[in-house]
Design a protein around this ligand. Sequence first.
Ligand SMILES: [Zn+2]
Ligand SMILES: [Zn+2]
Length: 673
Amino acid sequence: MSKTAKIEVWWDTNDCPIPEGYDASRVRPSIERAFKELGYTGPVSITAYGDQKKTPCHVLRGLSSTGVAVVHTISDSTRSVMYRDMVEWRAQNPPPSIILIISDQVEGDFSWDLARLQQRTRYKLFLAYSSKPCKELFLLYKANWRWEKLLEEGGTPPLVAAGGLSFAAVFYCKSCNFNCQSVKTFRNHLSSYKHGMEDAINSPDSRLSCVTKTWAKNYPATPEHATAKIHVLWDMNDCPIPEGYDACRVRPSIERALKELGYTGPVSITAFADQKQTPDHHLLALSSTGVVFAHTLFPWDLHSRMITEFEEWTKDNPAPASIMIISDELALRKSHSSLICRKLQESNYKCFLAYSVRPFEMPVLLTSAEWLWDSLLSGSCFLFVLSCVTKTWARNYPATPEHATAKIHVWWDMMDCPIPEGYDARRVLPSIESAFKEIGYSGPVSITAFADQKETPDHHLLALSSTGVDFAHTLPWVLHSRMITDCEEWIEDNPAPATVMIISDELASPKSHSSLIYRKLQESNYNCFLAYSVRPFEKPVLVTSAEWLWDSLLAVSETKRQTLQKGCESESESESESESDSESESESTGMFYCDLCDCDCESMDDFKKHLSREQHTHEDKIMSTHFQSFPHRHRQFKISKYHDEVGYPPKTKRMRKASRKVFLPRSLRFTRR
Ligand SMILES: [Zn+2]
Ligand SMILES: [Zn+2]
């Protein structure tokens, strides 16, 4: 069936141009023939990307007459535009289909993201290059042709009348979002003033955007994997049994973590280590729970042994099935996990990871769930605890008795981490509190929720404020800097020891403006917690004492919560039991603050009134206009730069007038005339 599947070709004409003297109409038959030789006979569609201003007319004609679509984009953006189009195409064209990428730049983010895409949706992948072959071992492809060779082998141009548009060939301009059918119109367009302007001010982003960057959550099981087999490869060197931990609990802990996500299939576990070093009571306890041991004499042999076992296991256990890897080394972005990675691109296996330290970069293995080894064993809801970069830093940040009962303040970015659909907002504070308690923090918790509160539904405002959550109204552009400022102010008023928690994707990313404040926190005796909706792409700069995925933090199971809270607080327990009647009784205890007007409100009604008051809407408008005008000013700058480059003012009267009005200083306007 896949032999007749359609073949989609993305061709970077800057990297892989048509050789001097080569007939452009032979490109299509050459590609078709290369595929036919491998037995693929499906229909081929080809799109050529690049700066087409330099492409000669006869080449454009040769391509379009054979049904090759031609896309113009500035050279810097060719790679990113091609990639974006491919990602879009994938969303609309489910497998089986065949992809051919003709480019010298299948490397770095491109191959990393593509390898991860291929693990979720599998297409047959082919590559071609002119000078730089793709050398990434983790990317699985069927062939890697040399471009010139591919063309040489292609024989004659098609016999069927060239010139007639038998295919739906089109010329596209990505800068102007313009398309046409004729070479002449296309050429005219590319040499027009209007197009030059768009190339200068509106050309597509040259940065490649990795779509799988946000695929970093723990996902519930799909039906076909829910009951399928799960094989666990456990590196006991990287992830040993903690001191004093009962080894009998290892298997149940792993099974429970998987069950929480809906995976209930049979679990087999192989533990890799120099087993002469493993204490007898561990060997006994583990083997009594059905864990199998693999003895590897040398540490450097261990990971390749794990991979060999994985290979053998997949032979006996075809997909759908799941693999879990417990190892620091194999979780790294560039490790010998490439074989596993390629296997995941070939067959429908799910992959889980556990590690003792969170990897610095996101792995190339596409995972359905990840755990920190220690928290997996302790059965906590949280993902990462004490994810320390270095062991020396770690010594500074254990939960000391002085922190255990100290104040905790939470800055919550409601835009990045909103309340999930259908979630009872009154559970937010108790969920956060019980997550803290699980790791030994029982001090008083206060929360400030930042958002454009005009957008927050009334029932959320009511429910949250009834549990004592404070609100700060602010606008999207300044939200993060306001959170930071507020945090700084709080630190001044609340000397260490104390704990600061930030709930935000933006502030968890290493490039955010947060680093300064975090450094300050680390100087003094503050603890720092983080929560985010998606695991950050790179590790944050700060050293955290705990990190959570926002969804899993909120999803602390009802039963677990009640057990935890038993004897601690009767108040929050009754809160969780009486769902319906409490709403009418609840009075808001939270504060409402308008960040724009620097104004406090005692009640939700006052707050709502304030937000609709003229004085407030005025402030709101000033702020919005200021930030919204930025793109406009930036555009004006690019226009004047373009005019300088091409030596305009343009020829028409109207344009001349317009351009002077915008750019020329008043005095110049007259002297020029
Ligand atoms: Zn254009
Ligand atoms: Zn206001």
